[in-house]
Write a protein of this length. Sequence first.
Length: 266
Amino acid sequence: MFLLLPPSETKRPGGAGAFDPARLRFADELAEFRRRVREALESLSSDEAAAAKALKLGVKNRSELAHNRRLGESGVLPAIERYTGVLYDALGVATLDAASRKWLDDHVAVQSALFGLIGAGDEIPAYRLSASSRLPELAMPLKRLWSGAHAAISWDDAPGLVLDLRSQDYAALAPLPDGIGWFVHVAQRSADGEVRALNHFNKAAKGDLVRRLASDQAAVSDMDALLSWGSSAGLELHADLDERTLTLVTQLGAPGMTASRQADAG
């Protein structure tokens, strides 16, 4: 199976070694577009006032512009370690064993506004750019540039079941072809049994799902196999064959979170 994750606005700083875009997944298809977006971002970031406005940076996080000016030499980390935030906290990659971590590298990709679709193990620098950002030098929205670029990727040999856990903004950067992939929704079941959309803990539930799959090193080739795995793992999963959507129903709150962490998140 293959999982598509959103990135996060926050990034873990640091890393070692130089960034090499030629080593990113889908290098043949996306290299030219990655170069264009990078150059446009670096150009914008040379003007602090213009960049802060375009990237919606306040006084407290304006220092993040420095990352965009040093993409080539600021040090790299695997993407699955670089991104932080609710989903990645719930995934907890640092606490996974080596076999589970390898499963992530083999089965997970992240949708970056700067680099396009990249592998979980691809080494990237810290940066600041969102799907909704506008880069003046591109003369077009990132959505239009990236959606066209990703059309060159062939999904004919996709590794089994494709689950799309991206937010709508990031899914729009690289729409999956018709008949490829299942979009994942998250819902919660309250104490009275009512099911409703899960908002605040949506990302945590998705991160928990990815962690469970990696921890089990799940060998899932189709939706029936995924539903069977979910049942054995104690998860409530429902597939809509017509809409090609998968709904994860969780209890009120975030899976795997302690009461104190839920209080902190509220």
